[in-house]
Design a protein around this ligand. Structure first.
Ligand code: HEM
Length: 346
């Protein structure tokens, strides 16, 4: 992170400062374009739709309700079990489909395509391309349907913004819906499973949390700080003009890829950064990005993480890893890091 800590338009000590994501002259390339991010530029009468509060980000007040995690199947099937389908996946997936007004019964197919589309080496380039194509077609179909039957959901609002407000191009609309549908649950599933793994590997902190469940809100900041699921590639920025960054001149047109994992362990920002501290205060981590493209779903994801961790404490008080750490298998994606499974016992 040192390279991003100084230079014109880049300030310290509050972490991070302008320049990391939107420093003078630095912009994120590609999609979504400026002004596209809902809640930061898109407004229309009647928006947000019922249940979706657009304020600064995506939120569902009071949702998911505590205990909403369908962990019952996992508990009833008895140990050992896989915490990924048992706890991490169901609610983020259900919520994002509901947010977009997508039929829940399409979720197995959507998950299979997303899993392939966001892989690197587990599938061939042809398979990855085909999966992305299917997802894009699916999203285009959803948009077409919403045009025929306008819906009271986030997708309906985005379609109206394109058709009535004219502030989105068709490409931006499809890209944004694609991003919400895929990254909207994938990142959260990764964050929940990686976060729980961090707790299982730091049992003293898990014990501390069991003894003081009121620390869950600070814990769900600390877990993505310590082990972020979005690592780096999500955040490339391109300099629009020459910019000094930590004594290095980034020339106009050159790209900068911040390393979130490294920034989150910056000893000049975090006290004892290599320690997991579920009570850590003033935790200005970068797990949700920074600046104008900062994660729109951060509040929703925080809520989901809180419910997942609280459910774990309540329903699986004696949980532990069922395999040695080195046997855990990770997805091979450099942007959104996550476990393929999380075998546990209790
Ligand atoms: C723990 C879960 C999550 C993590 C770690 C995460 C992480 C991130 C990061 C690092 C970015 C910044 C990308 C950049 O600057 O280039 C981002 C952007 C974004 N996230 Fe998330 N995210 C999570 C959950 C969600 C959810 C639940 C949603 C929606 C339902 C969502 C929607 C978005 C969108 C739309 C953007 C693009 C914002 C923009 O470009 O203006 N994310 N996310």
């Amino acid at each position: 992170m040192a390279a991003a800590s100084a230079g014109r338009g880049i300030r310290r000590p509050r972490h991070p400062q302008a320049g990391v994501s939107a420093g003078r002259g630095i912009r994120r390339p590609g999609y979504p374009q400026a002004g596209v991010s809902a809640g930061r530029g898109i407004r229309r009468p009647g928006y947000p739709p019922a249940g979706v509060s657009a304020g600064r980000g995506i939120r569902r007040p009071g949702y998911p309700p505590a205990g909403a995690y369908p962990v019952d199947d996992l508990v009833q099937a008895g140990p050992p079990g896989d915490l990924l389908p048992g706890l991490a996946l169901p609610v983020p997936l259900m919520l994002v489909l509901e947010l977009l007004g997508v039929p829940q019964q399409d979720s197995p197919q959507l998950c299979a395509w997303t899993d392939t589309a966001f892989s690197m080496t587990r599938h061939s380039q042809e398979e990855i391309k085909a999966a992305r194509g299917h997802l894009e077609e699916y999203v285009a179909g959803m948009i077409g349907e919403r045009r025929e039957r306008p819906g009271d959901d986030l997708l309906g609002a985005l379609v109206a913004e394109r058709d009535e407000g004219g502030r989105l191009t068709e490409k931006e609309l499809i890209g944004f819906a694609f991003l919400l549908l895929t990254a909207g649950y994938l990142s959260t599933v990764n964050a929940i499973s990686s976060g729980i793994l961090t707790l299982l590997l730091h049992s003293a902190e898990l014990d501390r949390l069991r003894a003081r469940p009121e620390l869950v809100p600070t814990a769900v900041e600390e877990l993505p700080r310590y082990n972020p699921s979005a690592i780096s590639g999500a955040l490339p920025r391109v300099a629009l003009e020459d910019v000094d960054l930590g004594g290095v001149t980034v020339r106009a047109g050159e790209a900068v890829v911040p390393a979130i994992g490294s920034a989150n362990h910056d000893a000049s920002v975090f006290h004892a950064p290599e320690r997991v501290d579920v009570a850590r205060e003033a935790n200005s981590h970068l797990a949700f990005g920074y600046g104008v493209h900062r994660c729109l779903g951060a509040q929703m994801a925080r809520m989901e993480l809180q419910v997942a961790v609280a459910t774990l404490l309540r329903r699986l008080p004696t949980i532990r890893l069922a395999v040695p750490e080195h046997e855990l298998r990770w997805k091979d994606h450099p942007v959104s890091r996550g476990l393929l499974s999380l075998p546990v016992t209790w």
